[in-house]
Write a protein that binds this ligand. Structure first.
Ligand code: CTP
Ligand code: MG
Length: 249
């Protein structure tokens, strides 16, 4: 069905959650999405963050290929609110492969897609809603939550062995943004990007950029950081502890 032919009443928003990575930078242990924060798996936090938005009626979780049944069982143990459907599919070797597998599982009536890293368990619902809202307004087919970087960023000539790297330049910091997820898309545009763009990419919006289509930012949130290295687990536990105090969670 073309977008124009898709009845508005049937237009749904779905979230695809790539969760098939090992979490190598986090060090030895269970796959990152299955490690716990405050006793609850990181993936469950991330799925709840998507389901917290009233607009999201479907969550597609992309599990490690050997972990599909385990992840299905996890959602039996930690059910999402009843209005949110959950589908679990197997991931691929690279993040883009996992996202593609997730997109393939979307039903016809979905017209807006969020792609959200399982590794960002603490994104606030206001950020999720702001992304969805901006996609629905239709100003651009791709919307990313973004924050100004705290650090000055340099471009270097990378060395693999830890020896000093030659600095090639320093982009003006005021023009830089660190981007987070959920990234929001017009479904047809994201599917086209995944069908046509090849090569190494680290987020979905950059694939839309490669099509020459506009991508815009909305304000991200410091709590939407990606759990990547061991210190991030410490920070995430601290954010959860603060929420328990301030929100009575
Ligand atoms: N991801 C995925 N499939 C892959 C690789 C990554 O679904 N083949 C997911 C991860 O599970 C994560 C998100 O993409 O939720 C962002 O990736 P990243 O933070 O890099 O996670 P990992 O790849 O698991 O971590 P690392 O790079 O340290 O191994
Ligand atoms: Mg990775």
């Amino acid at each position: 069905m073309t977008d124009a032919a898709r009845p508005v009443a049937l237009a749904r928003t779905a979230a695809v959650i790539p969760a098939a990575g090992r979490g190598v930078r986090l060090g030895p242990g269970a796959p990152k999405a299955l490690r716990t924060l405050g006793g609850t798996p990181i993936l469950i936090h991330a799925a709840r963050a998507m389901a917290a938005s009233r607009a999201v009626s479907l969550v597609v979780v992309v599990a490690p290929p050997d972990g599909v049944d385990g992840v299905k069982a996890l959602f039996d143990e930690y059910p999402l609110p009843e209005r949110t459907d959950v589908v679990v599919v197997a991931g691929g070797a690279e993040r883009q492969d996992s996202v593609r597998h997730g997109l393939a599982a979307l039903p016809d009536d979905v017209s807006v897609v969020l792609v959200h890293d399982a590794a960002r368990p603490l994104v606030p619902v206001d950020t999720v809603d702001a992304v969805i809202e901006a996609v629905r307004e239709g100003g651009a087919p791709a919307v990313v939550p973004a924050v100004p970087p705290a650090d000055t960023v340099k471009e270097v000539e990378p060395t693999a062995d830890g020896s000093p790297e030659r600095v090639l330049g320093t982009p003006v910091r005021a023009r830089l943004r660190a981007v987070q997820t959920p990234q929001g898309f017009d479904r047809a545009t994201l599917e086209r990007a995944h069908a046509e763009v090849t090569g190494e990419v680290t987020d979905d919006a950059s694939m839309v950029e490669r099509l020459g289509l506009p991508v815009v930012t909305v304000p991200g949130h410091e709590e939407a950081f990606k759990v990547t290295r061991p210190l991030d687990l410490v920070l995430a536990e601290a954010v959860l502890a603060r929420r328990r105090v301030t929100d009575g969670f």
